[in-house]
Design a protein around this ligand. Sequence first.
Ligand code: PMV
Length: 323
Amino acid sequence: MMSKTNQQVSTFRVHPSLAIIKYWGKQDSVNNLPATPSLAFNLHGLYTETSVTLTDAQDRVLVNDQLADPPRYHQFFDNLRHVLGQDVHFDAISTNNFPTSAGLASSASGFAALTCACVKAAGAFLSPETLSGLARLGSASAARSLFGGFTLLPAGAEHAEQIFPEDHWPDLRVLIVQVAKEKKSISSRNAMEQTRLTSPYYTQWVASSQNLVQDAIAALEVRDLDRLGPIVRLSTMRMFGSMLGAEPPIVYWLPSSLVILRMCEDLRQKGISAWETMDAGPQVKILCEASDVATIESTIQDILPEATVLHSQPGGPPEEVAL
Ligand code: PMV
């Protein structure tokens, strides 16, 4: 048999997926199906770049030069081999141009890039929906990163879908306020299971998400930030409400996160549309219009000079990198 090593490397760049309506909790933890619908867009300018070669040895994933947690990848690779119908193994080298495991959705871009690069390295061509379903087994938010523009991952769905294209809202911007660079204390995977199993608020959180997503899609369709913003905030806060009710409670926020949340409220009082959202980490993402970026950024620098601010906007789908 011909050796699988020394074959051509396949490299993909994929953006992380920022949820404006949050996925938090699994309907089926074996198949990694989400309990809540999520609505998201890819973050332009931030990306994971993953290169894969086929190997005769075991599957291996290096993320930023560190061996990634193997048990998490077993099911992902086994399913990939099953769908490809090939008994192949993968050697992957992945880097992020933004902080890893810090609440910036590196697992979304990571598993999406890994999926694309493995499938290409194996010489297969699969539809974006199939790729999205494969990525979902690694991380449900990764199912969304497979598409550019605005994406929906319905509750219980096997794959995400694009609902508006990348150029749907050209003036929408997001400022990512990085208040800390260290890794999160508890992974989103473990934290959402802890919430599901122990929080009395979990059931209400799941039930309320369905209405929120419909309202958010309607606001998104007409590009109305002052209508969308309060819905995004509700989804964020209800998600954290469910976490605070867990035993033990899950708290990702830092004092500096609260400083930025309060700043958004103050800016809105002054007529500037700055709508905050947060994920499984202390960073705050602020949705705004392009014309307000400079004012919001200078306000952040005044009140929290140590924070790093990244600029982003809705981004595109995975891209193959020609080496
Ligand atoms: O897909 P995971 O396990 O990285 O979970 C993502 C959870 C949140 O980022 C908090 C919300 C979301 O929908 O992206």
